[in-house]
Ligand binder design. Structure first.
Ligand SMILES: O=C[C@H](O)COP(=O)(O)O
Length: 251
């Protein structure tokens, strides 16, 4: 199987004010521009208020921009929501959907994630659809079943290898410093790859990211695991040196 080009995505979550965000994004954009050919695509997903500013700051670099969520509609009376059209307008090419923090904090179901992905695809955005089990679900042997259900419910009919990325993020590994072992990651990514067959044409080309306490000291061993096509990074994406070290661990 030909390996897919890696995607190293930084999810800043609810972190960063104007000055920090601009510094971080400009630093990464500068490193990417100066690096010549690299083995990865790099993406940053800042909080909504920073999108336009960061988008302008990185516009002449290969660093891509993404949102952390979007509404399932393109406009209208939906106070507090952000439409995929608006993300596109700010220069986004990607949007993270169904992150476990949104599923937990905002009660987002698979059906909601699916509707958001449909709206994102309509605007030409690449949807990064997040799935992953809790610790209790893993401990009781339900990890594969849970992830299969999330994939079945969250991936919309129009998904293609070009407009959809899957991020496997075991909930127990997010922000905890507890990373899944390369063997666990290998087994779950193989399971996800198998589940994508028949759901998405050219399913081998769908990028499957691993997320959950990815750091400079474990990136190299995780990024060589079969069917791992990149990383969705939280905490370590807030420091340019750490995020760059994770990206350059890709071979
Ligand atoms: O979206 C990113 C993930 O939730 C991982 O976060 P983390 O790298 O801080 O564990």
């Amino acid at each position: 199987m030909t390996a897919n080009r890696k995607l190293i995505a930084g999810n800043w979550k609810m972190n960063g004010l104007k000055a920090d965000g601009l510094d971080l994004a400009s630093d990464l954009a500068g490193r990417l521009k100066g690096a010549g050919p690299v083995a990865f695509d790099m993406l940053v997903c800042p909080p909504f208020p920073l999108l336009f500013l960061v988008g302008e700051a990185i516009a002449d670099s290969p660093l891509a921009l993404g949102g952390q969520d979007c509404a399932p509609k393109t406009s209208g009376a939906h106070t507090g929501d952000v439409a995929p059209t608006m993300l596109k307008d700010a220069g986004c090419r990607f949007v993270i959907l169904g992150h476990s923090e949104r599923r937990a904090d905002h009660g987002e179901s698979d059906a909601v994630v699916n509707a958001k992905a449909v709206a994102a695809h309509k605007e030409g955005l690449v949807a990064i659809i997040c799935v992953g089990e809790t610790e209790a679900q893993r401990d009781t042997g339900q990890a594969n079943t849970v992830v299969s259900g999330q994939l079945a419910g969250s991936i919309p009919a129009g998904a293609t290898a070009g407009n959809t990325v899957i991020a496997y993020e075991p909930v127990w590994a997010i922000g905890t410093g507890k990373t899944a072992t390369p063997d666990d990651v290998k087994a779950m990514h193989a399971h996800i790859r198998a589940e994508l067959e028949g759901k998405i044409a050219e399913s081998a080309k769908v990028r499957i990211l691993y997320g959950g306490s990815v750091k400079p000291n474990n990136a190299a061993e995780l990024m060589v695991v079969e069917n791992v096509d990149g990383a969705l990074v939280g905490g370590a994406s807030l420091k340019a040196d750490d995020f760059w070290a994770i990206a350059t661990a890709c071979r």
